[in-house]
Design a protein. Structure first.
Length: 152
């Protein structure tokens, strides 16, 4: 059962232990980022260990030494978008397997919600417009044409 709806924990750097409060089933599902004072982030891959409690949907990242380079730490769940449960035709199936498969779906939905929460969106009441952003170019701004609803 998944009882927590968050997918990330962001904390100010202070010390070596940082708790997160969402479920992971394997340490490879957790991405750890250091964020400097300018807001630039770096994916961290070494210098820490991860412990977690799947049943209580929580865990801890413990650094070998306090990372002084960063102002904040971001711990983000990143589970693969796969479905590994195989239910046999005309065979018995385990309630535990069904629960695990449903949990996987809920976690994947939470991750997709996370992505859309941080995405550019149109007002839900506006007429749908197929917006395609141009490639970034120095010195140029995004501007609507003013008549057609298209971008210039």
């Amino acid at each position: 059962m998944i009882t927590k709806t968050n997918n990330r924990t962001k904390l100010a750097m202070s010390g070596v232990e940082y708790d997160f409060d969402f479920r992971i089933d394997d340490a490879t599902e957790l991405k750890v980022y250091g964020i400097d004072a300018d807001g630039d982030s770096t994916l961290l891959t070494t210098g820490f260990s991860i412990s977690f409690d799947t049943a209580n949907e929580e865990g801890t990242v413990t650094f070998d030494s306090e990372p002084s380079t960063y102002a904040e730490i971001l711990m983000l769940r990143d589970r693969a978008y796969t479905q590994d449960t195989d239910i046999p035709i005309r065979g018995g199936f385990s309630e535990e397997d069904i629960e695990k498969a449903l949990d996987q779906i809920v976690i994947q939905i939470q991750q997709l919600k996370e992505l859309t929460d941080y995405s550019v969106k149109q007002d839900i009441t506006s007429t749908a417009v197929n917006v395609v952003l141009p490639a970034p170019e120095d010195g140029l701004a995004l501007v609507w044409s003013g008549t057609s609803g298209a971008m210039q």
